[in-house]
Each structure stands twice: as structure tokens, then as C-alpha cells.
Ligand binder design. Sequence first.
Ligand SMILES: Cc1ncc(COP(=O)(O)O)c(C=O)c1O
Length: 424
Amino acid sequence: MTEKYTLKCPDCSEEIPDRYTNVCPTGCTGLIRAYYWKKQLDIQPLPGIFRFSDWLPVEGHLPSDAGPITYKSEALAQELGLSNLYIGFSGYWPERGAAIESCSFKELEALPTTVRMKEKGHGILQISSAGNTGRAFCQVSALTGAPVVVVVPESSKERLWTTTPAENVCLITVEGDYTDSIEFGNAICSIPGIVAEGGARNVARRDGMGTVMLDGAVTAGRLPDYYFQAVGSGTGGIAAWEASMRLVGDGRFGTILPHLYLTQNEPFVPMMKAWQEGRREILPETDMADARRAISQVYADVLTNRHPPYSVKGGVYDALSATGGTMDGITNVQAKEAEKIFIDAEEIDPDPAASVCVASLIKAVETGTVGKDDYILLNIAGGGYKRVAEDKNRFPVEPMFSVKGGSPVEEIRSEIDTWVNGHA
Ligand SMILES: Cc1ncc(COP(=O)(O)O)c(C=O)c1O
């Protein structure tokens, strides 16, 4: 059977066979991309996200209703004086058909990634997370039984729960922040049988997140003028750009790429600083001075990635450049005010990161950056926590190991080895 896509490196144009491949074998550092043979999108009669299977790097699907949903806002639109505000809601809100029980768009990454690993890879996926991504992979592990190793900061462990018991998760908590978890997670991947999920480099992750743009365009019948999202790594922004290029290629949704309007949470805003100064490089001393303190102060800590794929070929800088994009910063006060406005208007609780996104839309309206009749896709990338608690049990995922930031993997290597061998 011919593959429905091919992987290509944006640096050297090398075509790469997919063996769950996340980096160019010739040594380039750009983000390899999936090119689908099918140029026009057909919505497939499959559940949840898999209705966009044409443009997901998987052959099979999972029996999950979790997928992107989009609706045209009335209340918030009226409050802001916008006539074409579309909300992409990735969370739990059955009244709107939103069935992401882990309550964030990270499940849109976890579902196709889990299928891709089964079809193209070999091993147990390892995920480092500030909480939302880890919870999403635990939820999909609970659905499929596929084992996963999840590493999160100690302070995020309460965020790790599933709506059906997850029996095959090895949860490791790290004393430290998100970056300490990423570092420990990378080190864990030296253990045979554990495979790094890939983060922004994983095409299944990006194309999964890109379905928010696909659903938004299919619902509105056209590409939006603006795409709003709060970012930490910016992977969702890259994914939205890539999805829009496919939609332009489709020919039925317009010819102009949506402007990306991406936002970080003050005071931790490295990509905003670099972009606003026209730099492709993030300078740690200038853009992330006193990073730990800044990270500890933000309202939405899932937006605190110290190594975002900003400079790499095909990364955030290129996505912003190609779309005439904007990077903004929002304070905690602005985010919390926006959260109240959103809840009053739309009657659902957003994730703090989504509140940052709402605040940036409010600011863009106030400054006249967006026009009253512009088509806007507002990515409420997480929410419905209160709603899911009404309908579902929440089973905590208990840590199997707790380590200090910077600890050597050797401390727990033999126990993890045993766990991996028991789950291979
Ligand atoms: C709800 C929510 N919104 C936005 C983001 C930022 O996503 P990214 O920067 O990876 O696109 C996250 C990351 O965890 C999230 O959980």
C-alpha cells in the first residue's frame, strides 16, 4: 500500500521514510514536515479528531470522540463588537459536542501520536510536561492500554488524572520546573525501550494540533483572517500555519494565510521579546533573565518553555514571518479579567492559558489591531474542568518515582528497566 504521506526535511528537502522519525537523518535541525498526497480534505466518517484523518500521519484510528469543535460566538462576540468570532474549543463541553475529557488540546496531539507510534515505531513513549500534555497522554494510555512514561514537575502532580483508570503509566515527578522535567525526561530516554515522543518535532503532534485550524476553516467555510493562541513552545502556532498552508492548497478555503496572533504570559515572554526585536534567536540573558523567578510568577505555567522551537527552520519565527504574525504578552491581571469576561459570556471555564489568549484578543480589539468584521479563530485550547467533574470520575495518576531536579537517571535506572521490561 502506498503511504498517504511522505516526510520531508525543510532544510535539505530530503524525503524520509517514517519509522516514527522526528529528526532529519542527514543531521539538519529543521522541523521535518508531513506532505499528504491528498490535496483536498474530505471529512471521514470516523470519530473525533480522526474525521481529519486525511491530513494526519496515521493509517488507523482510535475509538474516541475527542476532537476539535468550533462554534460561532454570540455573547463574547457581542461584548467585543465582533461579527465573525469563531471559537475553537478543545476541552469538555458535551452541550457543544466537545468531548476531550482531559480538557486540553494536548489530547489532539496524544491521539495521533499514540497511533503513529503503534504503526511506525517501536517502544514506550516518553513525555515531559507541565501537566496538560502529560494528562492527555495518560488519558489516551487509559483508552488504549499503551504504556507511557510521563515526567512532570512535582508541583504539577495534581494535574495528572484520567477519567478511566490508567494502568500503564509510569509517572515520575521532578522537584523543579518544567525545564527540569524536560531534562530528566531526555535522560530517561537513554534507557532501552523508551522513545522520546518528540515534542514539536513530532509530525503527529503538530498535525493533531493543526486540526483546530482545519475544523475552524471547515466550520466557517473559509480560512480565518486571524488565529489567536497562547503559547509556551509555540508548537500550536506552527501547526496552525502548516494546516493553513494545506487549506490554501486545497483551494476551497481562500488563498491568504491567517495572521498568527500568539501570546505569552508576562513576565516569562522570551519569544515575544525576540520577535518584537526582529531577532531569529532567543538570547537567554536578554529574553529570559531570571527565568526561574519569571516562571514562578505566571498565571498559566503551561506557557513556560525555556527551549521553544522558535529559531529552527520551520519553527515559530518562520511561522510568524510567513503569516505577518504578532507576538504579544499578557499580564496575570489581564488574563484573570479576561477569564471572568469569557465565563460570563460563554458559560464555560477556560484553562488559564486560554484566558491569556482571550485577554490578547480583547487587547487586539481595543488597539484596533483586528477589525470588527475580521474572521477570527480564537483557540480556547483548554477548558471544561468544572463540567467534566460533574459527569466523570477523575482517577488520580500516582507517581511511581520522585526525583530531585538535576538527579542522575542512574538513581532509578534499574527500577525503570524492570518496569519497561514488564510492559514491552
Ligand atoms: C491549554 C493550553 N494552551 C496552550 C498551550 C501552549 O501550547 P504550545 O505552546 O505547545 O502550542 C498549552 C500547553 O500546554 C496548553 O495546555
